[in-house]
Design a protein. Structure first.
Length: 199
């Protein structure tokens, strides 16, 4: 007779994995959308290509900065809260992009998006690694990476939304992030990495 507790745990792990895949697709979409859309909008404002490129680099500066502190933050607040914080950071930035159209403001917002996406990636990938049995770890991590790439490649499709106004792409991706945030808050369990496993 099958163990009902083991079955429940397996189903719960599958649901958690599916949610993390959804989260990482959204993170990929945000980066894949923002890079071309913001470059186009800055070019339309007459910003030079060099300054445009430096502005785009802010995303990765923020991402790198978060990697320096993500481990300590994760050990204190856990996977769910770090992912939710990263999603919230990106969500607020997406809302502010159309409201604060200056180059300096966009540089700061891109820093925040990079930090938020990095927090999401760090926590979600480590969680997938720890929750997956060794026999399926390679497959699940490969699907995880492919999901991010899928989101990143679909992101530029948001350029077509510019015909509805400059705020349209930001509003669309912000709505997606809001739905993902609700999914994380209400469906993912609170969890922290065990010190032995984390090491």
């Amino acid at each position: 007779m099958p163990d009902s507790t083991a079955t429940t745990v397996t189903q719960s792990s599958k649901l958690n994995y599916f949610i993390l895949i959804t989260v990482i697709i959204a993170a990929g979409l945000s980066q894949g959308l923002l890079l071309p859309v913001l470059s186009i909008l800055l070019e339309q404002k007459g910003i030079s290509s060099s300054l445009n490129g430096m502005n785009a680099a802010a995303l990765y500066v923020g991402s790198f900065a978060m990697t320096l502190v993500a481990e300590r933050i994760l050990s204190r607040i856990g996977f769910k809260k770090l992912i939710a914080a990263g999603i919230s950071l990106v969500l607020v930035s997406l809302i502010l992009f159309p409201l604060l159209p200056g180059v300096k403001a966009w540089f700061l917002l891109r820093l925040l998006v990079g930090a938020g996406d990095s927090a999401i990636n760090y926590a979600a990938q480590l969680w997938v690694l720890l929750m997956t049995p060794a026999a399926h770890r390679g497959r699940n991590l490969s699907l995880y990476g492919m999901s991010y790439g899928l989101g990143f490649s679909l992101g530029p499709l948001g350029i077509s939304l510019l015909r509805f106004g400059q705020a349209a792409p930001f509003a669309a991706i912000a709505l997606l992030f809001l739905l993902v945030l609700l999914l994380v808050l209400f469906k993912l369990p609170g969890s922290r990495p065990d010190k032995a496993e984390h090491g």
